[in-house]
Design a protein around this ligand. Structure first.
Ligand code: SF4
Length: 117
């Protein structure tokens, strides 16, 4: 019987592996920015004006799934997009005049429009 196949060693490796997985899951679940992305935006964003001067209308927003919202893969990001509404409460997140919910500055979606101003 080799060293790693002893019941005690296998049990120890099993416990350590489980602890590592729980620890990693805990990191993702405790990220306040991730949790904040699930809820409605604060009042100051509800009818805020985007950096392209378009007013956000809560009843006229597209779903994130509908515009394939996800992490940006290049230089085109929400932060330099016309509908982006910049962070107003120092939590590192903004909003969008066209898409629902909190918006990460380093995300992207299919209706991206480069802001040059
Ligand atoms: S890339 Fe999409 S979600 Fe991001 S600011 Fe532009 S329109 Fe809004």
């Amino acid at each position: 019987m080799d060293e790693l196949s002893t019941p005690t060693r296998r049990r120890l490796l099993h416990v350590l592996g489980g602890t590592l997985l729980v620890g990693l899951a805990g990191c993702a679940g405790d990220d306040p920015q991730y949790e904040d992305l699930q809820g409605p935006v604060p009042d100051e964003y509800q009818t805020a004006t985007s950096q392209g001067e378009t007013e956000r209308s809560a009843g006229n927003l597209q779903s994130k799934a509908g515009v394939n919202y996800h992490d940006a893969q290049g230089a085109a990001t929400c932060e330099n997009c016309i509908p982006y509404i910049c962070d107003k409460n120092d939590d590192g997140l903004g909003a969008c005049s066209l898409v629902e919910g909190y918006i990460e500055p380093n995300a992207w979606c299919t209706i991206y429009a480069r802001h040059t101003g």
